[in-house]
Design a protein around this ligand. Structure first.
Ligand SMILES: C[S@@+](CC[C@H](N)C(=O)[O-])C[C@H]1O[C@@H](n2cnc3c(N)ncnc32)[C@H](O)[C@@H]1O
Length: 263
């Protein structure tokens, strides 16, 4: 099923959107899955699975005796032939397709911050975990952008302006760019333990997955950026710089949280 009958979210799911995100964040998520000890026979769920790299990684970890479900508004990139149970759901209006206390691990990466129902979904996830089950969460959070290198000072200013306008547009469209910082406290409030958050940010060179993601965001939000007083020339220059390997920018900051439901 595709999103044609549903209202899209802030971005369109395309390979130029999801692929760089996966390349950039998979090492962090895989490290977190290792940290919490997902293994053979586990029952796992990936919420907002996108192009499915996390779900497929979970599939490998849990082996033939485990099970992995993947839920998304847009299931175009999720194939049941990858031995995933794929569910198309609009999580703004529908519940997660899971039973209480049934899951060993639930992942949700770069999803909850986008959804107005994020707090309710977090509650549903906690309820769906069995005692001892783990949450592996992560979202991009607001941070100031800096540019260690661009061809000119004007170029560096332009990159900062565009990245911050992207963040402003997302916030105006309902994305909670502080959600990732609220998550650890919310999880402690509902009784989870072993709560750990890492904030990860690093430089991205032009052409890297991160700069490809910046370029994709600028392309997808072009109309809003033009309405925010950026010119077509500014956006073209930004797009060129995001492929220039000499350019170095501070990437989006990602808050990655793991937690455990007590016995
Ligand atoms: C930024 S992508 C992240 C994809 C994946 N979790 C990853 O990190 O590679 C956000 C995902 O959330 C999904 N999504 C957005 N709104 C949704 C909704 N209302 N219900 C279910 N999924 C939604 C999108 O279709 C997309 O696959």
């Amino acid at each position: 099923m595709t999103t044609t009958a549903t209202q899209p979210y802030q971005f369109r799911n395309t390979s130029t959107h999801l692929q760089p995100l996966q390349e950039m964040l998979d090492p962090i998520t895989i490290d977190d899955l290792q940290h919490v000890g997902v293994g053979t026979g586990h029952n796992a769920l990936d919420v907002g699975a996108g192009a499915g790299s996390v779900a497929r990684h979970l599939r490998e970890r849990v082996g033939p005796t485990g099970a992995v479900s993947a839920v998304d508004l847009d299931t175009t990139f999720l194939s049941p032939s990858d031995e995933l149970n794929v569910y198309q759901r609009d999580l703004r209006t529908e519940r997660l397709p899971v039973k209480a206390s049934s899951l060993d691990v639930i992942t949700a990466r770069c999803v909850l911050a986008y959804l107005p129902t994020r707090a309710r979904l977090l509650e549903q996830m906690v309820t769906a975990l069995r005692p001892g089950g783990r949450l592996v969460l992560g979202d991009i959070v607001y941070a100031r952008t800096t540019v260690p290198y661009a061809p000119t000072a004007g170029d560096a200013d332009l990159i900062v302006r565009i990245v911050h306008t992207i963040l402003d547009v997302l916030a105006e469209r309902g994305v909670d760019l502080h959600w990732g910082e609220k998550v650890p406290g919310l999880l402690l409030d509902v009784g989870l333990n072993e709560v750990r958050t890492r904030w990860v940010a690093q430089t991205w060179a032009g052409g890297s997955p991160g700069c490809r993601l910046y370029a994709d965001h600028a392309r997808q939000l072009r109309e809003q950026l033009l309405a925010a007083n950026l010119s077509a020339g500014d956006l073209d220059r930004f797009s060129d710089m995001m492929t220039d390997p000499t350019v170095l920018v501070r990437g989006y900051e990602f808050a990655a949280t793991t937690a455990r439901k007590p016995h």
